[in-house]
Design a protein around this ligand. Structure first.
Ligand SMILES: *Cc1c(COP(=O)(O)O)cnc(C)c1O
Length: 352
C-alpha cells in the first residue's frame, strides 16, 4: 500500500509550496446578517453573492448518497476540469509522463498536450481486455498518472476488478478510474474501496446517467490529502451558485434518475437484439454503458447516409482497433425506432 508521504512526493514542488488565493468567503464562512466583505452588489438576489468556494452543502448530500466523506470529494466544471487539474498537480511539463491504453476517452491526451506532458499509450488487447503487463512496462520513474476508463469509451466494456487492483498496487503513481458510465454497468463502483488505496482517484460525472451534460458538473473522489491539492489549485469559485442549487435539487431526484437508467438499459437490450439481425452488421460489442460500438460493412458510407436522413452517430472507424465501427448512443424509444427504420431502409437499398 502506498503511503501519504509517497503521494506528497509525486506532487509538483511548486504546488506543494503554493499558498492558495484566499477569498472573502474563505476567510469568513459562518453566519451573519450583514455581508460587506466581498465587494458584492446588495441588489439582484441570489445572483449577487459569491457561491461557497468548497460547495459544502452539495458535498454533504453527495457524500451521504455515495457512502464517502465530504472531504473525499472535489467538484469540477465537468470531469474535464478534474482531469486537467491532475496534470497541474502531479506533472512537471517536459519531465513527467502520463499513461493510458488506447482507444479511450480523448481528453486524457488533450490535457497532457496542453500541459506539455508526455502521453504514453498502450493498445488494448484485440478482445479489448486490459494490457496490464504492457501498461506497467511503459511506466518509469517519471510516470505520475495512469488513466483507466471503465466502462471504457468507445469500446463499452468494463475491466475485471483483479486487473485494476494489480495496477493500483504495482503502478507507482496516481491511478485514475474514470467511471463516467458506471450507472449503466453491472460492475460495482471503486468508491467502495476508496479508503484502501491512497493513490486512487475515481471520476464520475452528472453528464451521462444524471442527464445534466449542459450544466457542467463532474466529481473526483480521493483521499482527503489529494482532495486538499485539488482545492489548492482550482479556481476559487469554479462551481457557480445556480449550479450548486441545481445539484442539490437533482440529488433529491435520485429515484427519477434510476428510472432513466432502467429505461436506457431496456432500450439498449432492444437495440442490440435488433441490430444482430441486420446483414450489414458484422459485430455488436457487449456494452456496459449508454452506447454500443458496432462494426459494420463500410462504416463511413453508413455514417454519411445516416447524416443525410438527419441521424448523427459517432464514426469511430479511424480509431485504433475500431475499423469500420460506429458508436451509437442509446436514446429514447422513438429515437431508436427512427434509427432502426433508417437502418432497415439502408439495408434494402443496399440489397437492390
Ligand atoms: C462523457 C465522458 C465524461 C464526461 O465529461 P464531463 O466533462 O463531465 O461532461 C468523462 N469521461 C468519459 C470517459 C466520458 O465519456
Amino acid at each position: 500500500m502506498k503511503t501519504q508521504e509517497q503521494i506528497e512526493q509525486w506532487v509538483r514542488p511548486n504546488i506543494r509550496r503554493l499558498k492558495p488565493y484566499s477569498s472573502a468567503r474563505n476567510e469568513f464562512s459562518g453566519e451573519a446578517s450583514v455581508w460587506l466583505d466581498a465587494n458584492e452588489s446588495p441588489f439582484n438576489e441570489p445572483y449577487n453573492r459569491y457561491p461557497d468556494p468548497l460547495q459544502w452543502a452539495v458535498k454533504h448530500r453527495l457524500a451521504k448518497q455515495r457512502g464517502v466523506c465530504p472531504d473525499q470529494i472535489f467538484l469540477g466544471v465537468g470531469s474535464d476540469e478534474a482531469i486537467d487539474l491532475l496534470y497541474r498537480i502531479f506533472c512537471e511539463p517536459g519531465k513527467s509522463n502520463a499513461i493510458a491504453f488506447t482507444p479511450t476517452y480523448g481528453m486524457y491526451r488533450v490535457c497532457a498536450d496542453i500541459n506539455g506532458v508526455e502521453y504514453r499509450e498502450v493498445p488494448l488487447q484485440a478482445d479489448f481486455s486490459l494490457p496490464v503487463e504492457a501498461l506497467l512496462r511503459v511506466a518509469d520513474r517519471e510516470s505520475r498518472l495512469l488513466f483507466l476508463c471503465s466502462p471504457n469509451n468507445p469500446t463499452g466494456n468494463a475491466f475485471p476488478e483483479a486487473d485494476i487492483e494489480r495496477l493500483l498496487t504495482d503502478f507507482d503513481g496516481i491511478v485514475v478510474i474514470d467511471e463516467a458510465y458506471i450507472d449503466f454497468s453491472s460492475h460495482p463502483s471503486w468508491l467502495a474501496r476508496l479508503n484502501e488505496f491512497p493513490n486512487l482517484v475515481v471520476l464520475q460525472t452528472f453528464s451521462k446517467a444524471w442527464g445534466s451534460a449542459g450544466v457542467r458538473l463532474g466529481m473526483a473522489f480521493a483521499s482527503p490529502l489529494l482532495i486538499g491539492y485539488y482545492n489548492k489549485v482550482k479556481y476559487p469559485y469554479n462551481i457557480s451558485g445556480p449550479v450548486q442549487r441545481y445539484a442539490l435539487d437533482l440529488l433529491d431526484r435520485a429515484d427519477e434518475v434510476c428510472r432513466w437508467v432502467e429505461e436506457t438499459l431496456a432500450e439498449r437490450s432492444r437495440f442490440v437484439e435488433r441490430l444482430s439481425t441486420l446483414p450489414l452488421v458484422r459485430r455488436v460489442y457487449p456494452s456496459e454503458a449508454n452506447f454500443v460500438l458496432v462494426r459494420v460493412e463500410d462504416a463511413t458510407a453508413l455514417y454519411n447516409w445516416l447524416v443525410e436522413v438527419g441521424i448523427v452517430v459517432r464514426n469511430r472507424s479511424s480509431v485504433t482497433l475500431c475499423d469500420d465501427c460506429l458508436r451509437i448512443t442509446i436514446g429514447k424509444a422513438d429515437e431508436m425506432d427512427s434509427l432502426w427504420e433508417a437502418l432497415c431502409r439502408y439495408n434494402q437499398n443496399r440489397e437492390k
